[in-house]
Ligand binder design. Structure first.
Ligand code: ADP
Length: 681
């Protein structure tokens, strides 16, 4: 085996050459500089020496010179192998020193070895060319030697500078690259930590699985949900967690996931103790870093949600049943006060349909007078968020009105946010009517009381006046020295006062009978003409005394005047009306009469007296009512006459009214049914 001595101060170069030569079956020995090489060669001469040029301690040129001087070494081939060659003179100089070859780096390994083997073969075949040592003087040699070495040094320095520059660039690029990689690694780490944290702390159960149902990991929530350890979950796999016997959606979900890469749906899962629970599972397919298909299962427990939904359904049903059958109107609104539900009773009270009531549709049924107050109330309720209670009216399409008490309370969720209002309306129309009736009854009672007081004062005055006359003139009658004329006059006054007193008492008895509801009709055949004529005669004297012309007007013949009625009551009515007409007329005339109008007899009593103001046209027919106290005092009277007449007219089946103008006179009318006596037979 041939021994090759390799000389180079760069370890990598030594290593490369050793490997190459050993590969070709050479033994090698290495030295780091010329001096070391010389020492080694002298001890154990090699078959060939391959040397670099620039080296510390002793460079290649010096080594070559010494080599060729040594008797034992000069016939061993000397080969330069250098990369720092830049000038053709370097090679020339080497050969001039006795070198056998000058090989320039880089060389293909095969080419390099071919040269080495060629050199060896040349030496083996005795073609030893020991070159003439340099002919030039030692000084010239040294000069060339120095020049060559300086060139080489400069060259190497240049190369080292370039190399250093490159190294610096590489180093900086490397630094950037390292920084970059560090950042990527950090980002990756953070991202992984983030995902791990989400995986562990999301509050949702997550499983990492494979499409075939294998489970790789389960987070804490998943373990809690199934009441199993992660190891157990991994061991039993997807099939152990899903109730495959009763999960109609499972195959659909798996199929969908396979087709589109993701799926979401409800699945019944099983806990460790075998209990089933409903969940919502979302699953996606993804590739892991090695390109394997993986799946995820994100599981949301629906147990509480389902319970809440069920509770809500039940509570809504309960509310609906209560609301549909409640005897009060019920409504609900959203947070803005816009109506979103009314019950059937609400529609009944308002007479609006369900659809009409929605939103603010109900407002159109509110009574115009209550609109402002109810709108204001609602605004205040909305602003202050407190309950509302108010009374208002609904106007119905037929014009009738329903009074209601409306109440509304705010509905809040558990966070205290306003969700809307729930309210009721209660129909209080009847109560309101009763209240109104009570108020008017109370007013009537007060009025009646006042009238009765006035009546009692009048009546006591009315009674006392004739009574005083009777008592006074009766005493005077007992005086003996009275002339017959005076006595006759006194007797006349006593009789008149007596009549007046009796008529007042008759009036009081009449009204008492009427008020007690005991007034009865006694119908019999009468002749109206005869009654009227009789009354005309009765009042003639009184009228004449007041210079009033009294006439009875009729164009009806006696055969038509025969009717069936209560003649006493008819006479009583006419007496009162004719009496009033004469009483309230200072001068002028009074006429009365009747006409037949189909099935009615229409009586009239007309005067040219003081007249009655329009506002009293109704009131004078009420009990104890007189137009004014001063007038009454002037004309006298109990204030009962017209009330008795009205009650009697109505008892006979007719009506009574007056047409009158103040200062011009009055015309009283009354009707009774016309029942000719012939019909009754
Ligand atoms: P009185 O006993 O006071 O006449 P009435 O009931 O008969 O009671 O009449 C009630 C009131 O109606 C009278 O007080 C009077 O003011 C008014 N009145 C009745 N008849 C006439 C009439 N013919 N002209 C004017 N006023 C009348």
């Amino acid at each position: 085996m041939k021994l090759v001595l390799i000389v180079d101060d760069i370890k990598e170069n030594l290593y490369l050459l050793e490997s190459l030569l050993k590969g070709y079956g050479y033994a090698t020995v290495s030295a780091n500089d010329g001096a070391e090489a010389l020492g080694l060669a002298l001890k154990n001469p090699p078959d060939i020496i391959i040397s670099d040029i620039l080296m510390p301690v002793m460079d290649g040129y010096s080594l070559c010179r010494e080599w060729k001087k040594e008797e034992t070494l000069r016939n061993i081939p000397f080969v330069f192998y250098t990369a720092t060659y830049t000038h053709p003179k370097d090679g020339e100089f080497a050969l001039s020193l006795g070198a056998d070859r000058f090989i320039i780096k880089p060389q293909e390994p095969e080419d390099f070895m071919a040269i080495i083997e060629q050199v060896l073969s040349e030496f083996r075949n005795g073609k030893i060319q020991v070159l003439q040592t340099h002919e030039s003087s030692e000084v010239t040699l040294l000069k060339e030697y120095n020049e060559t070495l300086i060139r080489k040094m400069e060259d190497r320095m240049l190369k080292s500078e370039e190399a250093e520059k490159k190294i610096r660039i590489y180093a900086s690029q490397l630094e950037t690259e390292v920084e970059h990689r560090k950042k990527i690694a950090q980002t990756l780490k953070e991202s992984e930590e983030k995902y791990r944290s989400i995986f562990e702390n999301s509050g949702i159960a997550i499983l990492l699985t494979a499409p075939d149902g294998k489970i790789f990991s389960a987070n804490d929530f998943a373990c809690k949900l199934f009441d199993r350890t992660e190891e157990e979950i991994i061991r039993i796999g997807r099939d152990g967690l899903i109730d495959s016997s009763n999960n109609p959606h499972l195959s659909v979900l798996l199929d969908q996931r396979k087709r589109v890469g993701h799926a979401k749906g409800e699945l019944a899962l099983i806990k460790k103790d075998g209990s089933r629970f409903l969940t919502e599972v979302s699953s996606v397919i993804f590739l892991d870093k090695d390109g394997n298909e993986r799946t995820s299962m994100v599981i949301r427990d629906l147990t509480e949600q389902k319970k809440a939904e069920e509770a809500l359904r039940e509570s809504e049903l309960r509310f609906r049943i209560l609301a549909e059958s409640a005897p009060v109107g019920i409504f609900t609104t959203d947070a803005n006060g816009s109506t979103n539900y009314v019950n059937p009773r609400w529609c009944e009270i308002s007479k609006l349909s369900y659809e009409e009531a929605m939103g603010s549709g109900w407002i159109k049924a509110i009574h115009p007078d209550d609109l402002d107050s109810i709108t204001l109330n609602w605004q205040q309720t909305n602003l202050s968020n407190i309950g509302l209670k108010s009374e208002y009216r609904f106007t119905h399409p037929d014009g009738s009105v329903a009074w209601v008490i409306g109440q509304a309370v705010p509905q809040k969720n558990e966070k205290g946010d306003l969700m809307g209002y729930i309210g009721t309306i209660t129909d209080i129309t009847e109560r309101k009517e009763m209240e109104d009736d009570l108020i008017s009854a109370k007013e009537k009672a007060i009025e009646s009381d006042r009238l009765k007081t006035t009546f009692l004062q009048n009546i006591s005055h009315e009674i006392r006046t004739p009574l005083n006359s009777i008592v006074g003139f009766s005493r005077l009658l007992s005086e003996e020295e009275l002339s017959p004329e005076e006595r006759a006059n006194y007797i006349d006054i006593v009789e008149q006062s007596n009549d007046h007193l009796l008529s007042i008492i008759a009036d009081i008895i009449n009204i008492a009978t009427i008020e007690a509801g005991q007034a009865k009709l006694q119908e019999k055949e009468i002749n109206i003409n005869a009654i009227c004529q009789l009354l005309s005669n009765q009042f003639k004297t009184k009228a004449e005394k007041q210079n009033i012309a009294l006439t009875f007007e009729t164009c009806n013949h006696d055969n038509e005047a025969l009717i069936l009625t209560d003649g006493t009551k008819l006479a009583q009515i006419l007496t009162n009306l004719i009496g009033n007409a004469i009483k309230f007329t200072k001068n002028g005339s009074v006429s009365f009469g009747y006409q037949i109008d189909n099935d009615k007899l229409v009586f009239f009593i007309q005067d040219t007296g003081i007249g009655i103001t329009p506002e009293m046209h109704q009131d004078i027919f009420k009990r104890f009512r007189q137009v004014e106290s001063s007038a009454t005092r002037q004309f006298g009277g109990s204030g009962l006459g017209l009330a008795i007449s009205k009650a009697n007219v109505e008892l006979l089946g007719g009506q009574i009214w007056v047409e009158s103008e103040i200062g011009k006179g009055s015309k009283f009318y009354f009707t009774i049914p016309y029942k000719p006596a012939s019909q009754a037979e």
